[in-house]
Design a protein around this ligand. Structure first.
Ligand code: SF4
Length: 313
């Protein structure tokens, strides 16, 4: 049975909260069924906090093996590269992470902060935060571009702020059972990041006909005015609903693009930046000239029921 150690660095615990809501499989199920042995999780382990330091010592010395290392949170390197803004018992956590990663069979970055730097690395980034193997979209981060874990893989990036609950537990389950899976161009498991948030959104028909909401609380598409990044964000939020019932767009909130390396965008998340009346960021793979032609035609063909918002989203 593979063991797992979950460590928090510069984190808000959002990914741990997400982990606890997963139900297919749940983390309890993985532990109870014997699929995973939990060595440490800061909120779930009932051992005193001193046990963590002992565990780290034993792993570093080789006395204790480590199969899956999960890191939740940005890697804080400030001030001046010392990492002392985020320390444990006087030791910078970035040093502890490097030491554990060197011993781990597999390393998983849980959440966009651990993967790319995320919220703490947003401008002006006073804590000099980075991700485990990326600094935003640039390969490198704490461990370096060429670093590989014991299993030969780079850090597996489970992006999201927080990451989708099922993305965490299904990845852990695949690792525990040795099920092979591919990583995408940002080292995210392709199976969870192969479609855009836009796919499966209940506002899709409004988008097709360019029927736009200008204020929050409406039924129509939020791409043109309210900052929705669904068409350019790879994530499964509208394919695997959160708590089996909802997603940001279903709740009337635009997609903020939280699985992307440049999250959070430096600007108003509820406003669409545009050139003329066309958004600056177009749906993935769409050319501006064709989009402009399509948009005007689509708007002219919009059904009255959509313009009147008579169709339930
Ligand atoms: S609200 Fe966002 S995700 Fe939904 S259809 Fe519009 S652009 Fe796509």
């Amino acid at each position: 049975m593979p063991n797992m150690l979950w460590m928090q660095t510069g984190a808000c615990s959002g990914d741990s909260m997400s982990l606890l809501t997963a139900d297919g499989p749940s983390i309890e199920g993985l532990i109870r069924s014997g699929a995973i042995e939990l060595l440490w999780h800061p909120s779930l382990t009932d051992a005193p906090s001193g046990y963590f330091a002992t565990l780290v010592e034993r792993i570093e010395s080789g006395e204790q093996g480590l199969d899956i290392l999960c890191i939740e949170g940005s890697i804080v390197t400030g001030p001046y590269g010392s990492g002392m803004f985020d320390s444990h018992r006087g030791r910078p956590k970035m040093q502890i992470v490097s030491a554990l990663a060197a011993r781990a069979r597999t390393v998983v970055a849980v959440g966009t902060c651990a993967a790319f730097g995320g919220v703490h690395a947003a401008p002006p980034n006073p804590s000099d935060s980075i991700g485990l193997q990326y600094d935003h979209a640039d390969p490198g981060g704490l461990l370096g571009e060429d670093w590989r874990a014991g299993d030969g893989r780079p850090v597996i990036n489970l992006a999201g702020c927080p990451v989708h609950p099922l993305t965490i537990t299904r990845t852990l389950s695949m690792l525990a059972t040795g099920t092979p899976f591919e990583l995408d161009f940002l080292n995210r498991p392709q199976v969870f990041f192969a479609s855009t948030v836009h796919q499966g959104c209940t506002r899709n028909e409004y988008h097709e006909y360019d029927v736009e909401d200008r204020e929050p609380g409406g039924k129509a598409c939020m791409y043109f005015n309210l900052g929705c990044q669904g068409p350019s964000t790879l994530a499964n939020c509208n394919g695997e609903l959160w708590n089996n019932r909802s997603s940001k767009t279903r709740a009337g909130v635009p997609c903020f693009g939280c699985t992307s390396p440049d999250f959070p965008r430096d600007g108003d998340l509820f406003r669409t930046d545009k050139i003329g009346d066309v958004p600056v960021t177009l749906p993935l793979g769409v050319s501006r000239a064709r989009y402009m032609a399509y948009k005007n035609l689509a708007k002219a063909a919009a059904p009255v029921r959509l313009i009147k918002r008579e169709m339930e989203p």
